[in-house]
Design a protein around this ligand. Structure first.
Ligand SMILES: *[C@@H]1O[C@H](CO)[C@@H](O)[C@H](O)[C@H]1NC(C)=O
Ligand SMILES: *[C@@H]1O[C@H](CO)[C@@H](O)[C@H](O)[C@H]1NC(C)=O
Ligand SMILES: *[C@@H]1O[C@H](CO)[C@@H](O)[C@H](O)[C@H]1NC(C)=O
Ligand SMILES: *[C@@H]1O[C@H](CO)[C@@H](O)[C@H](O)[C@H]1NC(C)=O
Ligand SMILES: *[C@@H]1O[C@H](CO)[C@@H](O)[C@H](O)[C@H]1NC(C)=O
Ligand SMILES: *[C@@H]1O[C@H](CO)[C@@H](O)[C@H](O)[C@H]1NC(C)=O
Ligand SMILES: *[C@@H]1O[C@H](CO)[C@@H](O)[C@H](O)[C@H]1NC(C)=O
Ligand SMILES: *[C@@H]1O[C@H](CO)[C@@H](O)[C@H](O)[C@H]1NC(C)=O
Ligand SMILES: [Zn+2]
Length: 429
């Protein structure tokens, strides 16, 4: 019995899903729920294969049937009355708010065959127009940059990856926090990795359940993708995120309304390292280095003298993580500050649990990595209408309906067009 399970352990780390345009992001943990898979979790282990050996983790094994199957577009779980009631409440508002927004047709962020009026852009569909500011003022705008100048907004998509210790150790050694956009299926497969991220002080955000293109999903699926990832992060790390990022950036007004109902603020990006592309077609490590250099050049040319960047990085695999480590000194040379999004936005209470606090910008840059005490109701959080100190500056970026700055920058600057062209090319891969 024991020998058989060991054999399984050696062979059962297998393919799951395909992530940001082609790379493999979905290694499953086949030990979950099987008590024979016992191993100690050691955050100091650096060997990639050893870190990805399956394990059982009873707190997740015991709730796994309350969640949708891993790595498939999520739907409401049969018998989950709470989720069903919440979806019904949302569903009643959707027809009147976004009933005209059609479900898009495409795969993995490639919508090349889909007919849509890009110029009129009725749905504020980022994938086609890079729109981040819906014309309908009742729909909140996306965040794509930070208010603080010379600042690199630091975040990772697609985690937790089973073999992330070298990266997390590196961040800990450098007293560096980041925003983690976690995939629900990965959280359920690798809960101890997710827990480490929260325990190390990183910010928790949502990157959907199955990494599908959200605008292609039904209302119920889109709701379930966010709802169950939120629940998975809560179950494993203890906090309920209020921020999310759509895979491939694929968001339109229908998806914004669904996420908004779950109190999730959408965080896009101003710059992309395209780190996940290495190994696809002719993309080499050198290409990725050049992509980083392009962001540094923007900083050198003054693009970030009046506001900060939000840069896209991936926790997808050993190479994407190693690139960040290799570039870290350069980032520090070219940007004054490297901050997690919550600190960059002064979100001192980033979660639904308002007793969990986060350092604000000034605290973070002075080396304080944990939030201070926040008297009840006084912390800023994603999507909140703020009053009090720092409110004006933070809200102009947090709720840009009062200020068109973030989206006009996307559409009109040469740099914005560069980002667009780069991303459009990537979609073809
Ligand atoms: C994590 O990274 C390792 C090492 O590059 C890779 O083999 C694996 O497929 C990744 N796992 C997941 C869950 O994406
Ligand atoms: C959602 O609303 C539509 C009408 O807009 C209705 O046809 C559908 O049955 C509703 N679904 C649920 C689960 O309530
Ligand atoms: C949907 O489109 C119709 C026809 O163009 C228009 O009359 C209606 O106001 C639109 N509804 C919404 C909610 O935008
Ligand atoms: C969203 O936040 C409001 C205000 O805190 C709360 O009443 C509501 O229950 C939240 N909605 C969801 C779906 O979590
Ligand atoms: C890869 O090759 C294609 C076709 O030859 C070329 O258009 C593209 O620019 C190359 N990409 C990189 C990153 O070198
Ligand atoms: C990538 O793998 C190599 C070889 O196993 C290892 O030395 C290195 O620390 C890993 N890097 C990261 C960021 O995991
Ligand atoms: C916040 O409150 C929850 C529930 O009471 C508790 O489990 C958690 O430890 C608290 N967190 C902090 C940082 O005090
Ligand atoms: C963040 O809060 C600090 C006060 O701690 C304030 O000086 C700063 O202007 C705020 N930044 C933003 C962008 O609101
Ligand atoms: Zn992703």
């Amino acid at each position: 019995m024991f020998a058989a399970s060991l054999l399984l352990a050696a062979t059962s780390v297998s393919a799951g899903a395909i992530g940001c345009s082609g790379h493999h992001i979905g290694t499953r943990n086949h030990g979950m729920g099987n008590p024979h898979y016992t191993r100690a979790y050691d955050p100091a282990t650096l060997d990639v294969a050893a870190q990805c050996v399956p394990y059982n983790y009873e707190p997740v094994a015991s709730i796994i049937n309350d969640f949708p199957p891993n790595w498939a577009p999520a739907t409401l779980v049969a018998g989950d009355d709470e989720a069903a009631a919440l979806f019904q409440e949302l569903n009643q508002t959707l027809a009147s708010k976004v009933g005209n927004v059609s479900i898009k047709v495409g795969t993995m962020g490639d919508f090349s065959g889909y007919q849509y009026d890009n110029a009129a852009d009725p749905d504020c569909w980022w994938t086609r127009s890079r729109c981040t500011q819906p014309k309908d003022q009742t729909i909140p705008a996306d965040i794509r940059q930070l208010p603080e100048p010379n600042t690199w907004g630091f975040g990772y998509d697609d985690g937790p990856n089973c073999s992330h210790n070298a990266l997390y150790n590196f961040m800990a050694e450098n007293k560096q926090l980041a925003t983690m956009f976690f995939i629900g299926s990965n959280v359920m497969n690798w809960p101890l990795q997710a827990k480490r991220a929260k325990d190390d002080g990183h910010e928790m955000c949502i990157h959907t359940w199955s990494h599908s293109a959200m605008t292609t999903l039904t209302n119920e699926q889109a709701f379930a993708e966010l709802y169950y990832t939120r629940a998975a992060i809560k179950a494993v790390t203890g906090v309920t995120p209020k921020c999310w990022r759509p895979p491939y950036g694929d968001v339109d007004n229908r998806i914004r309304v669904i996420a908004g109902f779950l109190n999730l603020t959408n965080i896009l990006w101003s710059d992309d390292t395209f780190d996940w592309q290495e190994g696809t077609q002719n993309v080499t490590a050198e290409t990725i280095k050049n992509n980083y250099q392009k962001v540094f050049d923007k900083a050198k040319n003054g693009e970030y003298n009046t506001h900060g960047a939000i840069v896209l990085n991936h926790e997808s695999n050993n190479r994407t993580m190693q690139h960040m480590i290799d570039q870290y000194a350069q980032i520090k040379q070219n940007f004054k500050y490297i901050v997690p999004i919550a600190s960059g936005m002064n979100w001192t209470t980033p979660y639904v649990e308002t007793n969990e606090t986060y350092p604000d910008f000034n605290q973070y840059i002075s080396g304080q990595l944990v939030g201070g005490p926040v008297s009840s109701g006084s912390g800023n959080s994603p999507g909140s209408t703020m009053t009090g100190s720092g409110a004006a500056a933070a809200s102009s970026a947090a709720a840009p309906s009062g200020s068109a700055k973030p989206s006009s920058a996307t559409r009109t600057t040469a740099a914005g067009i560069l980002v667009f062209v780069g991303a459009a090319a990537a979609m073809l891969i």
